[in-house]
Write a protein that binds this ligand. Structure first.
Ligand code: SF4
Length: 345
């Protein structure tokens, strides 16, 4: 496997014994050995108790650099509104350290990066979902629980999924990334069925809240490559954050995007806009893990939005949310008049 700039290399790996019965598991095992990365066997990721690190915080950081290679046992896919019908499993966990990431709350104290090796079974299940919904198109989101591009040099799964969907007249794949390691995906037979989205933001947000991800410049360069490879392209602006110079920051973002994007990238371009939100649980966890973070999470400055299933979220009050939406929407239409804004939430 060739390496490109800044690719993630785990510091420790665990293998579930069954994973070695699959070609992908075997291939990753050989790669781990060739890199000299220490590895252990485990019967299940739930049983990993001997992670190095004295404090919970240290274990959290080590877990983010620990790979677990195993099987996806449940093949029932979650739904993934509003961007797709289903979340397709590929991996869980991410080596990024975005302060606001919702994986903070969903993955618990030890967010290892789990790669699933039974991708044939996962894709067979995707095919069943596609057939159930025919003649309607079925969209699958591959980035609900991880950043699949950031680990593609280890898993190779994203290319498999892209090519699978390329051969499915009614199947579509979508994913979002903050990483620029796209070269291995450029020759995939995607058939226009995969929408490749990059997460972008104002410099202030990227510089303050997104450690251990690719820079804006690298993401945009990668977006250009992807557009030239004929993929439908999209940008997710998330989380949209209200800060002192937000108008200037978001204005610059769209200026820079329109300067950097080649013509190919502006055809069939989509934007998804997501304002920052947090739950009480997330706030407690973020303050513990990133105690110096400048992320504003003051309930008094926010509006409470009831959740359909239990805990609600704190979003921006209506006047602020409207101002953000209107300003950003105008900037997008100004720079990319043919782009489609899929939603603001
Ligand atoms: Fe979370 Fe995405 Fe950041 Fe990874 S890159 S930590 S998945 S927000």
């Amino acid at each position: 496997m060739s390496r490109s700039r800044g690719e993630f290399i785990p510091e420790l790996a665990y293998f579930e014994p069954d994973a070695l019965r699959y070609p992908k598991g075997e291939r990753i095992f050989e790669w781990i050995k060739s890199q000299g990365i220490p590895y252990r066997m485990t019967t299940s990721h739930n049983r990993i108790t001997n992670l190095p690190g004295e404090s919970e915080l240290e274990q959290y950081k080590i877990a983010k650099r620990t790979l677990v290679v195993g099987l996806r046992k449940t093949l029932k896919f979650d739904t993934s509104k509003p961007s797709a019908e289903y979340a397709i499993p590929l991996a869980t966990g991410c080596m990024g350290h975005c302060h606001y990431c919702y994986l903070q709350t969903t993955l618990g104290a030890k967010p290892y990066i789990r790669i699933y090796v039974n991708t044939d079974g996962i894709l067979a299940q995707a095919k069943r979902y596609i057939e159930e919904r025919a003649p309607d198109i079925t969209r699958f989101e591959a980035a609900c629980t991880s950043d699949p591009v950031g680990i593609e040099h280890i898993s190779g799964s994203l290319k498999e999924y892209i090519e699978f969907m390329g051969g499915e007249p009614l199947g579509r794949l979508r994913f979002v990334t903050k990483f620029h390691h796209v070269d291995s995906l450029l020759d995939a037979k995607h058939n226009g069925h995969t929408r490749f989205r990059f997460s972008v933001n104002a410099d202030y947000v990227i510089n303050n809240f997104e450690p251990a991800t690719s820079s804006f410049a690298d993401r945009i360069e990668a977006a250009g490559k992807v557009a030239r490879a004929g993929y439908p392209l999209g940008f997710i602006v998330a989380p949209i954050i209200w800060y002192d110079d937000w108008e200037q920051g978001y204005g610059e973002l769209f200026d820079k995007l329109s300067e950097a994007l080649p013509m190919e990238g502006t055809r069939d371009l989509t934007f998804e806009l997501i304002q920052h939100r947090f739950t009480k649980t997330a706030k407690t966890i973020i303050e513990r893990r990133y105690p110096k973070s400048k992320l504003e999470m003051d309930e008094a400055k926010r509006q409470y939005k009831w959740g359909r299933w239990g805990q609600g979220k704190y979003v921006y009050p209506k006047d602020q949310a409207d101002a953000l939406r209107e300003y950003i929407t105008e900037r997008i239409f100004d720079k990319f008049p043919e782009a489609k804004i899929e939603y603001f939430t």
